[in-house]
Design a protein around this ligand. Structure first.
Ligand code: NOJ
Length: 671
């Protein structure tokens, strides 16, 4: 962390300019452009209402879009505005991530703060803060402390996104498939889009790519988007059970509403705008936070080979856990996740979350012995807290639960909330859920515990502020390939993920399944080839990264790639991409400097060229290429696989054949 501090201190001095300029009152609009001057955001007042609009290279990205709020019991704050004053400033800083897809992140934007005043009635003040980057923008509302605003009960945030045309969209619906974002992406015209979650990703007819999301979701409700016209959307905050959207007290600020705007889909992936709009790290000591790869007593439960609850096939036994620890140590993994170790799993656990104990182990799980054994093998046990959504039961035990883990040297936990509602009535992504999840990772930080959160509220970049908040679910993981009644994740799914859900942050997708048989009791199966399973380690980023399969299925050359591939990168490049069809990503290992490339395709076979110009010039490399065999096909021959080594340099262009549902993984080692 010393490096981090030094870099941050040094770079802080390099702030290019931060000029404040007061502009006289009574203007009715104010414009701020990106540092390269191409993107501009205009805040205007028309007939007392506040709007923003956005253009890029003089072409409209968003038409005049409304801003404002309605409240319970007090007049709305959405009219009779005038611009009291504005402030403009610029910022340019490079900061270092403790872990991530890129080590050094440039945070360069121009800022406009518009101080609005309600000229009639309550004469309330509302500030709008816009930050415009070269690759997009963010804005938030700020409610300053003032006489006529104290506690606020927000019934609607009226923010609009008014697109000038009916773009193409990739989206998932809100709460209709289930309440934690586990949906297959829809690809439709904008005028067919329902109420959707963010990130919402769009492609315009001119070939621009846009992604709307939010950053720094703190003590507020998640933003979803409802279509109010063919291409006009409005923010729809996820409500409390009583219909209220947000309880707040001035002064306060909303999360940032964000849009990434790029010419290529790959540039969405390498935008760091959302992280930049989060606050710097708040934890003093982060030396204990370390990305690791892990295996788990987990897939066996999803296949029904093991059970979470007690009985003849209980997975979390002392003996089985020690076997997993041995396998983990032998193959260079960092941890073993164990689910079903604690009391509460017997019977219908999703319906009975209140009986979970987070401190009492089942009699056949000797936590003391297991943790001592793990320590002797330099393996970390990864804890598990499934709550079944019974948040009150969990919160009562949370401190003791984390204390127990800390006592046993467990420094990461997977949390889970399998239930339509939290506490039987609240959405996961309303203000209630947002507050709860925050409490979990803040409490975990006190006990030096990293968090992998399943059934979460969507990520919004909070891992910058709390780097122990490592990874989340918040999408259909590979577990659907064990039991989903629709057969599992279709081959195109992972070619959409990088441009949608992955824009929000790391995903514990759990790649690495080598067994493609249909589980005995289910219809689903993994719909990839084995080479695509390897490529997914590069494509789908998670700093706690799983090798999902049973140890007995791991053997052969392909397993070498899983053993070697890291989960902490200093750089990321998207080499080619077409959303829903294919994507190739190259990432550089933060520790060894070795480059890894993953390429994946949908259900169609294709030949991809991979230009290696990102390699160091004038150096020779060995490319270790794991690719689909000539007769590979996810349906008929998923295990057919080739391995070869060739000499390459920065002038080389690889050509790889991907099978239907296939992929390729390449490791580039400097000689
Ligand atoms: C759903 C999670 O996604 C899965 O990984 C876990 O095994 C089960 N819940 C049980 O907690």
């Amino acid at each position: 962390m010393n490096t981090l501090k030094k870099v941050c201190n040094g770079l802080l001095l390099l702030l290019l300019s931060c000029q404040l300029s007061e502009v006289s009152a009574k203007v009715n609009n104010s414009i701020v452009a990106s540092p390269d001057g191409k993107l501009s955001v205009n805040l205007s007042i028309e007939n007392g209402q506040a709007y923003y609009s956005v253009s890029r290279n003089s072409k409209s990205i968003l038409l005049k879009s409304l801003l404002g709020f309605t409240f319970k019991n007090i007049p709305s704050l959405d009219k009779d505005f005038e611009i009291k004053s504005v402030e403009k400033s610029s910022f340019n800083q490079t900061w270092e991530q403790p872990w991530g897809e890129k080590r050094f992140v440039v945070n360069n934007y121009n800022e406009l703060v518009v101080h609005l005043l309600e000229i009639k009635n309550l004469k309330r003040k509302l500030d709008l803060v816009f930050r415009v980057f070269n690759d997009g923008f963010g804005f938030r509302y700020k409610f300053p402390q003032q006489p006529n605003i104290d506690s606020l009960i927000i019934t609607n945030e009226e923010t609009e996104f008014n697109f000038p045309a009916v773009h193409n969209a990739w989206w998932i619906p809100v709460h209709s498939d289930n309440s934690y974002y586990e949906s297959i992406f829809r690809h439709t015209a904008l005028n067919k889009v329902d109420t959707v979650n963010t990130p919402l990703t769009l492609e315009t007819k001119e070939g621009l790519f846009l992604a709307i999301h939010e950053a720094n979701l703190t003590d507020y409700a998640s933003m979803t988007l409802v279509r109010i016209d063919s291409s006009r959307f409005k923010c729809e905050l996820v409500p409390w059970a009583n219909g209220i959207k947000v309880y707040a007290k001035a002064p306060f600020e909303t999360p940032w509403r964000t849009m990434i705007i790029t010419d290529k889909p790959g540039d969405l992936v390498t935008s760091y705008l959302m992280l930049n709009l989060n606050e710097p790290c708040k934890l003093q000591d982060i030396s204990w936070i370390k990305p690791i790869k892990y295996i788990g007593i987990w897939w066996g439960m999803h296949l029904e080979k093991y059970s979470w609850g007690q009985g003849a096939i209980h997975g979390a036994t002392t003996e089985n856990t020690m076997r997993y620890i041995d396998f983990s140590a032998k193959n260079g993994f960092g941890g073993v996740l164990v689910e079903g170790w604690n009391e509460g799993w017997d019977g219908n656990w999703p319906e009975n979350g209140n009986v979970f104990s987070f401190t009492k182990a089942y009699p056949d799980f000797d936590i003391d012995k297991i943790c001592k054994y793990a320590e002797s093998k330099k393996i970390k046990l990864i804890g598990h807290h499934e709550t079944a959504g019974a948040v009150a039961n969990y919160e009562k035990q949370m401190e003791d639960a984390f204390k127990l883990y800390q006592l046993h040297g467990v420094n990461s936990v997977k949390t889970g909330y399998v239930n339509k509602y939290l506490n039987g009535k609240e959405w996961h992504d309303g203000q209630f859920g947002v507050r709860h999840y925050r409490k979990v990772f803040e409490t975990a930080a006190k006990y030096h515990i990293m968090v992998d959160n399943h059934e979460p509220v969507k990520p919004t970049g909070l891992c910058r502020t709390y780097p122990n908040f490592m990874t989340q679910e918040g999408a259909r993981g590979q577990e659907y390939d064990a039991w989903s009644s629709d057969g599992g994740n279709p081959p195109s799914y992972t070619t959409i993920l990088p441009f949608t859900r992955m824009l929000a942050g790391p995903f514990d997708f759990t790649p690495g399944t080598f067994n493609f048989d249909k589980p005995a009791k289910h219809y689903a199966r993994v719909q990839t080839t084995i080479a695509k399973q390897l490529a997914e380690y590069v494509i789908i980023y998670s700093p706690l990264q799983m090798a999902s399969d049973l140890p007995e299925n791991y053997n052969g050359k392909a397993f070498d790639f899983i053993k070697q591939v890291p989960c902490d990168w200093s750089d990321t490049k998207v080499l080619n991409a077409e959303i829903g069809s294919f994507v190739t990503i190259a990432r550089k290992d933060r520790n060894s400097g070795i480059w890894y490339v993953g390429a994946i395709t949908n259900e169609n076979k294709r030949e991809l060229t991979i230009n290696l110009q990102f390699l160091d010039k004038n150096k020779e490399y060995t490319a270790q290429i794991y690719s689909d065999g000539a007769d590979a096909d996810w349906k008929t021959n998923p295990k057919s696989f080739d391995y070869k080594e060739i000499k390459v340099n920065s002038l080389s262009v690889l050509s790889v054949n991907l099978a239907p549902g296939g992929g390729a993984a390449v490791r580039l080692v400097m000689k």
